[in-house]
Design a protein around this ligand. Structure first.
Ligand code: AMP
Length: 584
């Protein structure tokens, strides 16, 4: 890990309101790009940052801009140019999040396709920061509906993307039409000559920040990645826990808040897990690590900072639940396994838009990372059946079964059943709460079309055992929405078949809708841009609304002996405590 990462946000001379915000969001320490960029930007220097999505580059420019903003002057003081409207919205949202303690702060995203009227009204009211696509920003400047005379900072975000999309002339035009005294920061994942030229022409003695990719060998570690699609990350994680031979696992996430949340979600699913983060006292952290060493705990969820230097030989698996900021962090993370000459497995969850980081890691480790096939429910069932058989054989070989044998003979003599039937009944009882046979994978969509159901009507039958879950959308009664508007948007914009849409309930400011639990990532992407009754839909799974199709019970009592005798499903790490997950 670079030295910069041992810095804290408090060391960075940011305004207290921003330090308070990042603390609350749960950022533990600045990412390397932040640690290097923020001091330059706070000092007013121009900057070239070679960084891609996922490195934390948005905060690298947003925090210093916000730190220096003059809230009393409601004129655009900073402009961020972004290649797409999705990115513009994302950046604007990030600014909002960091500005939570800057009262009266206003930011406006402007992009093509959005009604001019709303933008004009907001511009007239006064905003401090504009985030926009080059074309629309140019439009406003030409019409003189945007005045950038007081602009102090200009950021070019994903400059190489803007070049690739043919916006570079617009960008230059905007650069020519902003005060030459402005501070300029240029962020780009790559530095093609055309971008270099822009930097030379428009930036004034810029500082250059680049996260060096060091190479390292990681031979003892089997590296795999799972391209996040279809299932949610949490479901993917539990399948891995159920299907792999995990002794101990460390799961890396980005924020302190997430360490706790993920630990809670795993606990709710019956896996004992603990968080490890920088907010915990040294004593508490040592306690967790000690339990991991002793094997009374198998799963920890950690931030990079908290796991620094962690040395536990039992760790067989490292899961990068959130992609690391840079290759060096990745190498540090996976180095927590494969220790003391043992073999280890590192799994990287990577969203399609983070694929560039995957390639960067392959280069840095000089090794290809294999794409993993996520275990299916059938794989998990097969494995549990094998384990069950092995457990029976082991018991037959090693236990004195005289008493039970007599019991069976007695039942046969009393004509209560054949031996095979009695054995089958016992096997059934052992797995009553968690049957060995997997429920069917999501079946083909039902044939009959499914239309919305007004509140109060009886719940319809769910598709054969398939998981539906509730999602929220940010439009409700107050906005005058009708269920058919939501169905229309989900079906037409999100590509979700109407028959896959379950009950819709309207509340004042939001609504809930039942959809397949394994809604593909693509649907979320498509629906990101969807507006209904002037509200962004913002489809999101409702936390805690997982509906397992059956009950699950894992018992503490039998567990220890099962483990000793080779283990059945208790081998699933952390499945320790009695827990019943009800149907609903
Ligand atoms: P970006 O590279 O700007 O797209 O950021 C990627 C993700 O990293 C976003 O979800 C941020 O919320 C998160 N992030 C940025 N900085 C930090 C930090 N210092 N600690 C934890 N997470 C961060």
């Amino acid at each position: 890990m670079t030295d910069e990462t041992s810095l804290s946000f408090e060391n960075l001379a940011l305004a207290p309101a921003l330090i308070a915000a990042v603390r609350e969001i749960g950022y533990e320490a600045p990412s390397p790009i932040q640690a290097q960029c923020i001091p330059h930007l706070l000092a007013g220097r121009d900057l070239i940052g070679q960084a891609q999505t996922g490195t934390g580059k948005t905060a690298a420019f947003a925090l210093p801009i916000l730190s220096r903003i003059d809230l009393a002057r409601r004129v655009p003081q900073a402009l961020v140019l972004a290649p797409t409207r999705e990115l513009a919205i994302q950046v604007a949202e990030a600014f909002q999040t960091y500005a939570r303690y800057l009262e009266g702060f206003h930011i406006l995203p402007v992009y093509g396709g959005q009604g001019m009227g709303q933008q004009l009204r907001q511009l007239a009211r006064g905003v401090h920061v504009i985030v926009g696509t080059p074309g629309r920003v140019m439009d406003h400047l030409r019409r003189e509906t945007l005045n950038l005379e007081q602009l102090t900072t200009l950021v070019l975000d994903e400059a190489d993307e803007m070049l690739r999309m043919g916006f570079i002339e617009d960008v230059e035009w905007i650069l020519e039409h902003t005060p030459p005294t402005r501070q300029t920061a240029l962020f780009s994942a790559t530095m093609p000559p055309a971008i270099r030229k822009i930097a030379e022409r428009y930036l004034n003695q810029p500082a250059e920040v680049r996260i060096q990719a060091k190479t390292a060998t990681v031979e003892a570690i089997n590296q795999q990645y799972w391209l996040v699609s279809g299932l949610q990350k949490l479901d993917a994680l539990t399948r891995i826990l159920d299907a792999e031979d995990v002794d101990a696992m460390i799961i890396f996430v980005r924020t302190k808040t997430e360490t706790v949340e993920l630990a809670e979600k795993l606990e709710a699913r019956g896996y004992e897990a603990a968080a490890l983060n920088g907010d915990m006292s040294q004593v508490l952290r040592e306690k967790v690590i000690d339990r991991l060493k002793r094997g009374t705990l198998d799963i920890i969820i950690a931030t990079d900072v908290a796991a620094r230097g962690l040395d536990v030989e039992r760790i067989t698996h490292v899961v990068n639940y959130d992609v690391p900021y840079d290759t060096e962090t990745y190498i540090h993370r996976i180095g927590r396994t494969g220790r003391a000459g043992r073999k280890g497995t590192a799994i990287l969850f990577v969203a399609p838009r983070e694929r560039r980081m995957l390639r960067a890691i392959e280069q840095a480790t000089r090794q290809p990372i294999q794409q993993m096939r996520l275990p299916t429910l059938q794989d998990i069932a097969d494995r549990r059946i094998e384990q069950f058989k092995a457990q029976l054989v082991e018991t037959l070989d090693n236990q004195d079964l005289g008493f039970y044998r007599e019991l069976v003979d007695q039942m046969v003599a009393e004509e209560l059943g054949e031996p095979a039937d009695i054995a089958a009944a016992m096997a059934f009882l052992m797995h009553r709460e968690r049957p060995l046979v997997a429920p069917a994978e999501p079946a083909e969509p039902r044939e009959a079309p499914r239309e919305w159901r007004p509140e109060g009507r009886p719940r319809r039958e769910r598709r054969g055992g398939e998981n539906l879950r509730r999602y929220t959308v940010d439009v409700g009664r107050e906005h005058g929405v009708l269920p058919k508007d939501i169905v229309g948007a989900l079906a037409n914009e999100g590509g979700i078949a109407a028959r896959q849409i379950g009950a819709i309930r309207l509340f004042d400011t939001y609504s809930t809708v039942e959809l397949p639990a394994d809604l593909p990532e693509e649907c979320f992407r498509l629906l990101k841009k969807t507006w209904v009754r002037n509200q962004r839909l913002n489809l999101q799974p409702m936390e805690g609304d997982q509906r397992p199709p059956r009950k699950t019970l894992t018992l503490k009592s039998g567990e220890a002996s099962q483990r000793r005798s080779g283990g059945d499903e208790s081998r699933a790490p952390g499945r320790r405590r009695a827990r019943i997950d009800g149907d609903e």
